[in-house]
Ligand binder design. Structure first.
Ligand code: NOJ
Length: 720
């Protein structure tokens, strides 16, 4: 353990401020190498550059080592830099995008995947990952929905906490563990109209119930860092928002780790129209508890004068610096500034068979079977396969935030099927483009030819992997290009169509759902995507994913989500899909999602037989056991995610018509029948009331299972 107070006592104010500044590696490397880089770009002095505390994004462990070495030669205090990166769904071996991971409903799987990422990232020289992202989302137009685990707060909380535990392990000194930074605090997912960085207007009730709990779950799981979001909340940028940054994060939750701004967020205040000078930005942000500024120069240029003019004391600066030094110490950087970093660009830890096996399992367990009339699984004796579509033989299936993952290292669907069925005749045709605005039908002829005499047509369609992610909002959620047209043309010559859909978000499939006999949504599945697709199509794997975010019938429905409240009209879920005058329904589209939250089929046949409560009444101190008996009425073993929903029938604040309160993913042998148990406690029945408290109110609660919009086996529970 280093004596960080002793180190601090030797530092000048300028050097302390350096610890609170982070820049891109190119600038640091070039500058430390003596080439003018950062100085010219950002107007910083050599002394400032030498004192920098952390680095954002870098190529590999060799570059990291080089930069660290040069920095240590130049820094008078010999304080190692922290190297941070966005390791979102894998470092080099890539697993499905987080929205896909959410569809597994399996925090243990999230844990296993994150362990793979942690070990690889650590070998790549990473000390901190900007993950998990647990922004609550309801609008599939927002490109960043791919980074969350879905539209439910409980699901996001459990998946987020599992990721924190996996990345950080029990001891950050262990070089195979890296620190996490939960983001984006808070409510970035509420961006108006799904446009990235857009304003968020939100009630405290919505914030407390839906948006905040997942960040809190990650803090409770021990995340070392927090990143506030870019957006304004009720008119105030998150970083400037005292209610969020001070009252909630520091006072209520007692967060004592490091807070880092998002990229240039500190100098964005002017663009927002919030402040007109950067000294003011530095004052607001630092006062609000932001320790590190990412990439802009507001701290470097203003913190010192804020100390000199008496706004802050040097002790204020010290507290922030100590938090940063403490993190460095926890990571063991003072003992070994290169902790875990390989001395090779391609470390031995990358892409091992073991890692590939984990991400393959993940890709299989995250895929959601949206439709199946019995055509799937396909027989392995299938002779002639037409493999059509822009994603049929495409390596770009690893997803947007694939970090150091390389498309050329991924398995395409064609490669996956070829490996599984070496003797099958596979004819591949791209058929159409998946790029917005590229509507040429020139490829149709080849595709039709391939499909005409095939036993089955597997169509790999969707949106390009870079159509989701930061700054990737869409106003049209249908598949881009001439893909829908292509599907219809193929259907004229062959009805045995299986759609494999790829997207980083829910897409609109209404116009093609009837044209296909089966639809398997792969999300962006990662390095082993093609192998997983083949295993699922031909029955070596059994689909078990469930929809983590509602698939709209039409983009105009967005935001469409399951835990909505009833309006006074309509009165029931059934009413919502029929046009009735003077109802809050659309004239030209139903209200319900095409595939709602929690929906997903399997090759097993899970029959929900009964739901029993251990009692029908409870007091605030009681617990009630729920037993749901399920029979796997099939000759195939499989996994089923059992969802437990509740509805508080009447309350002083109108409650959602369905709300997930627990879930379990359970394995069933073929033919097995078993009861899955849950415990209901009073705290699960609470909500944020108009007097700013979490409370439960006496009255009737309905307890159900099934999936959203299709609740079954409902029982009544009365809270006394
Ligand atoms: C901006 C993104 O909003 C954030 O999620 C990311 O961690 C940082 N850039 C760093 O890359």
């Amino acid at each position: 353990m280093a004596d960080i107070k002793e180190i601090l006592s030797d530092m000048t104010l300028d050097e302390k401020i350096g610890q609170l500044c982070q820049y891109n590696t190119q600038e640091v490397v070039e500058s430390t190498a003596g080439i003018t880089g950062i100085d010219e770009n950002l107007g910083l002095t050599k002394a400032q550059v030498d004192s920098i505390g952390s680095v954002l994004n870098f190529a590999n462990a060799v570059e990291m080592r080089e930069a660290q070495k040069k920095h240590l030669e130049n820094d008078r205090n010999k304080i190692p830099m922290l190297f941070m990166m966005d390791v979102i769904h894998g470092y080099r071996t890539i697993y499905p995008v987080p929205l896909g991971l959410g569809a597994s409903f399996d925090p243990e799987l999230a844990y296993d995947c994150s362990r793979v990422a942690a070990k690889e990232a650590s070998a790549g020289g990473v000390h901190v990952t900007f993950t998990p992202m647990v922004d609550y989302v309801r609008d599939a137009r927002w490109g960043r929905v791919m980074e969350t685990c879905g539209e439910d707060v409980l699901l996001n909380s459990r998946m987020g906490a599992a990721q924190v535990k996996a990345f950080q392990g029990d001891d950050l000194k262990n070089p195979e563990n890296i620190a996490t930074c939960v983001k984006h605090f808070a409510a970035y997912g509420g961006a108006e109209a799904g446009r990235d960085y857009s304003r968020v207007d939100i009630s405290e009730q919505a914030l407390r119930e839906f948006y905040l709990p997942a960040y809190k779950a990650c803090i409770d799981a021990g995340t070392t860092m927090v990143m506030p979001s870019f957006n304004t909340i009720n008119g105030v940028p998150a970083l400037a928002n005292k209610f969020l940054m001070k009252k909630i994060l520091k006072e209520e939750w007692g967060f004592s780790g490091v807070v880092i701004s998002d990229y240039h967020a500190v100098d964005d205040f002017e663009t927002h129209g919030y402040t007109d000078n950067r000294k003011e930005n530095a004052k607001i942000v630092f006062e609000n508890g932001c320790d590190i500024e990412m990439c802009s120069t507001v701290f470097f240029n203003n913190l010192k004068s804020l100390v000199l003019d008496g706004t802050f004391t040097e002790e204020d600066i010290d507290k922030a610096v100590l938090r940063v030094l403490d993190l460095k110490d926890k990571l063991g950087l003072f003992e070994d500034p290169y902790r875990g970093a390989s001395d090779k660009i391609d470390a031995d830890e990358f892409l091992t068979e073991e890692n590939r096996a984990v991400v393959r399992r993940a890709a299989e367990e995250c895929a959601v079977l949206l439709k199946n009339d019995g055509i799937l699984p396909l027989s392995k004796d299938t002779k002639k396969i037409a493999l059509i579509g822009p994603l049929a033989d495409n390596k770009e299936i690893i997803g947007f935030w694939a970090c150091m993952g390389k498309p050329e290292e991924s398995v395409t669907v064609k490669e996956g099927i070829k490996k599984l069925l070496p003797n099958a005749e596979i004819e591949v045709a791209k058929g159409a483009s998946y790029i917005w605005g590229e509507n040429s039908t020139d490829g149709f002829e080849d595709a039709i030819k391939a499909a005409t005499n095939a036993d089955v047509v597997i169509m790999c369609v969707g949106e390009p992997q870079d159509y989701s992610g930061e700054g990737k909002s869409r106003a049209h959620l249908e598949m881009p290009g001439a893909q829908e047209k292509l599907i219809k043309k193929i259907r004229e010559v062959n009805k045995n169509i299986v759609l494999l859909t790829f997207a980083g978000r829910p897409i609109v499939l209404s116009d093609v759902a009837d044209d296909a006999r089966a639809i398997l949504h792969m999300w962006y599945p990662g390095t082993e995507g093609g192998t997983a697709a083949a295993n699922l199509l031909f029955g070596d794997a059994n689909p078990s994913g469930k929809v983590s975010m509602s698939f709209p019938k039409s983009t105009g429905q967005c935001p469409v989500y399951y835990n909505r409240t009833n309006t006074s009209h309509p009165k029931s879920i059934e009413d919502e899909d029929t046009y009735l005058p003077f109802h809050s329904n659309y004239i030209d589209c139903g209200n319900l999602a095409l595939f709602p939250f929690g929906y997903g089929l399997s090759y097993s046949n899970f029959v929900y037989e009964s739901l029993e409560l251990s009692r029908n009444e409870m007091t605030k101190d009681d617990e009630v056991t729920v037993k749901i008996t399920i029979h796997n009425d099939s000759d195939r073993a499989g996994k089923e995610t059992v969802l437990l929903f509740m509805r508080d029938m009447f309350a002083s604040c109108v409650r959602p018509i369905q709300q997930l309160i627990d879930f379990k993913k359970v394995y069933f042998e073929a033919g097995e029948r078993k009861a899955v148990e849950f415990t209901i406690k009073e705290e699960m029945l609470r909500f944020w009331n108009n007097e700013s408290q979490f409370v439960s109110e006496p009255g009737e609660f309905r307890i159900s299972t099934g999936c959203a919009d299709n609740l079954i086996l409902t029982k009544s529970l009365v809270l006394k």
